[in-house]
Design a protein around this ligand. Structure first.
Ligand SMILES: Cc1cc2nc3c(=O)[nH]c(=O)nc-3n(C[C@H](O)[C@H](O)[C@H](O)COP(=O)(O)O)c2cc1C
Length: 195
């Protein structure tokens, strides 16, 4: 397996195109009944601004992790779409900016890669937290536990096709996380606020 970090320094083959037949036949649940190595992978950092297309273009806002927190994941996994849990902490610069509900642990889907559809030149880890936040949380501390892999990164002939795959990713992630051995990571000590 070529890890995401290795792919950054080697020639990258073009990402395969997501075909209608692939999208129509995707399974609703993937992977083993409990996380196996290299999962769980803990990640954390202050939320970074992306290009802002996720929310506007795709109806799927994403929070990016800073570059320094990527190697923990990119050195042991390939690029692709992953699922797990995330928590954004409520305080920023001593100000409480998120509600109690918003700052709980929520399910997340993550895209690790170069976003072939948008032809990014930089490896990013973009996290979509499955909770209807009412405000931005740039600069807030985010902690994440990645628990499993869903699919490779793909290229798309239309934005609608990418949106369709992202909607399937969200359903698959929720089904995967409902398994007891995954569900218990919601209460992992990583998500407890620092004393
Ligand atoms: C669950 C999920 C799956 C994604 N899958 C792909 C993909 O297969 N190919 C791709 O080019 N981009 C994929 N994306 C990335 C989106 O293109 C990206 O989030 C969008 O460009 C927003 O980036 P921005 O906020 O930096 O503008 C995915 C994003 C998410 C949240």
């Amino acid at each position: 397996m070529q890890t995401a970090a290795e792919a950054a320094t080697h020639e990258r083959p073009p990402a395969p195109i997501s075909k209608g037949t692939f999208r129509a036949q995707r399974p609703e649940i993937v992977g083993p009944d409990e996380p196996i190595a290299p999962f769980p992978i803990p990640l954390s950092g202050a939320v970074q601004k992306g290009f802002g297309r996720g929310g506007k273009d795709l109806g799927c806002p994403t929070a990016n992790l800073p570059d320094e927190s990527l190697p923990a994941m990119s050195e042991v996994t390939r690029t692709g779409v992953y699922y797990g849990y995330a928590r954004v902490f409520p305080d920023k610069d001593g100000q409480r900016a998120l509600t109690e509900e918003e700052s709980r642990v929520h399910p997340m889907v993550m895209s690790l890669g170069w976003n072939p559809f948008y032809k990014n030149e930089k490896l990013t880890a973009e996290i979509h937290i499955m909770y209807p936040f009412t405000r931005d949380f740039y600069g807030h501390e985010m902690r994440v536990i990645v628990l499993g892999y869903i699919r490779p990164e793909l290229d798309y002939i239309s934005k609608e096709a990418l949106i369709e795959d992202i909607e399937t990713d969200k359903r698959v992630a929720l089904n995967c996380l409902a398994r007891p051995a995954y569900e218990r990571y919601r209460n992992d000590p990583l998500f407890e606020a620092a004393a």
